[in-house]
Design a binder for this molecule. Structure first.
Ligand code: NAD
Length: 257
């Protein structure tokens, strides 16, 4: 696949998994659009650095995906979109009885509804261009539950339902829609939690990773951002033309249990 002719929009892509996906597509020559919820100059600088490093086009577009209008405008402002990666996500942990309604609404808005809005605007463009790829970053928590994450788990299960529906509605076109379900990925956010966990549990780094963080990940290894990026690129390649409406788990065996 020649990605140098493709335009890739990745939501929530100034950090973590989204940034890994942007870097991968940029390294393959694609035009990339980064997104986050604020117009911090650092976000624009990050896009400039990526453009310079990979000699490609990279720009940053602000859109707060809590708001449907901003999610839709992000796509309508990108009329040449070929590949849409719905990656933005937030988390909140609490028993259901204490789970604040605002947190529930925000998580459903960012982790699920924003993908509905971006897909709704991207499909007419992809149909006009005669090709399109949609990748939704779900989670192992789209397939398995854990306590105290009701909104996150509902949204991540929901986005798999959305993925299947979009796949059926586009099945006879050269457009595919799939979901990636990572287990624990060692993003900067996860890395930053390790020192605190070491203090709380009075264990060394290795023990925290193995016994606490990866307690349910049978491989006892983190998934890497690069592996998620490679899986995303694979789902956009010719080899994956007949893969649509499915989930690709990178979870070290978690969903085998
Ligand atoms: P992260 O916090 O580094 O990235 C989340 C991104 O979403 C950030 O760039 C943030 O700016 C953006 N974002 C948050 N709220 C937004 C909003 N209102 N509007 C626009 N952008 C917004 O986290 P990550 O670990 O890289 O997670 C990326 C995706 O992968 C998420 O959907 C997450 O649920 C999923 N995921 C992560 C893991 C993991 O272990 N890290 C595992 C499974 C799934």
């Amino acid at each position: 696949m020649d990605f140098s002719t493709k335009t890739v929009l990745v939501t929530g892509s100034t950090t973590g998994i989204g940034l890994g996906i942007v870097n991968k597509f940029a390294s393959l020559g694609a035009n990339v659009i980064l997104n986050s919820f604020d117009n911090n100059p650092d976000n624009h600088e990050l896009a400039s650095q990526i453009a310079e490093k990979y000699c490609t086009n990279a720009i940053f577009k602000k859109a707060d995906l809590i708001y449907p209008d901003e999610a839709r405008k992000l796509v309508t402002d990108t009329p040449d979109i070929d590949i849409l990666v719905n990656n933005a996500g937030i988390q909140y942990v609490s028993p259901i009885e204490d789970f604040p309604s605002e947190k529930w609404n925000d998580i459903i808005a960012v982790n699920l509804s924003s993908a509905f809005h971006t897909i709704a605007e991207a499909l007419p463009i992809m149909k006009r261009k005669g090709w399109g790829r949609i990748i939704n970053i779900s989670s192992v928590h789209g397939l398995r539950a854990s306590p105290y994450k009701s909104a996150y788990i509902s949204a991540k299960h929901g986005i798999i339902g959305l993925t299947k529906t979009v796949a059926l509605e586009t099945a006879e076109m050269p457009i595919t829609c799939n979901a990636i379900c990572p287990g624990y990925v060692l993003t900067p956010l996860v890395e930053s939690q390790i020192p605190d966990q070491m203090k709380v549990h009075n264990k060394d780094r290795e023990a925290i990773i193995r016994d606490v963080m990866l307690a349910r990940q049978p491989s006892k290894e983190f998934v890497s951002e690069e592996q998620i990026a490679d899986a995303t690129v694979f789902l956009c390649s010719e080899s994956a033309d007949q893969i649509t409406g499915t989930t690709l788990s990178l979870d070290g065996g978690w969903t085998s249990m």
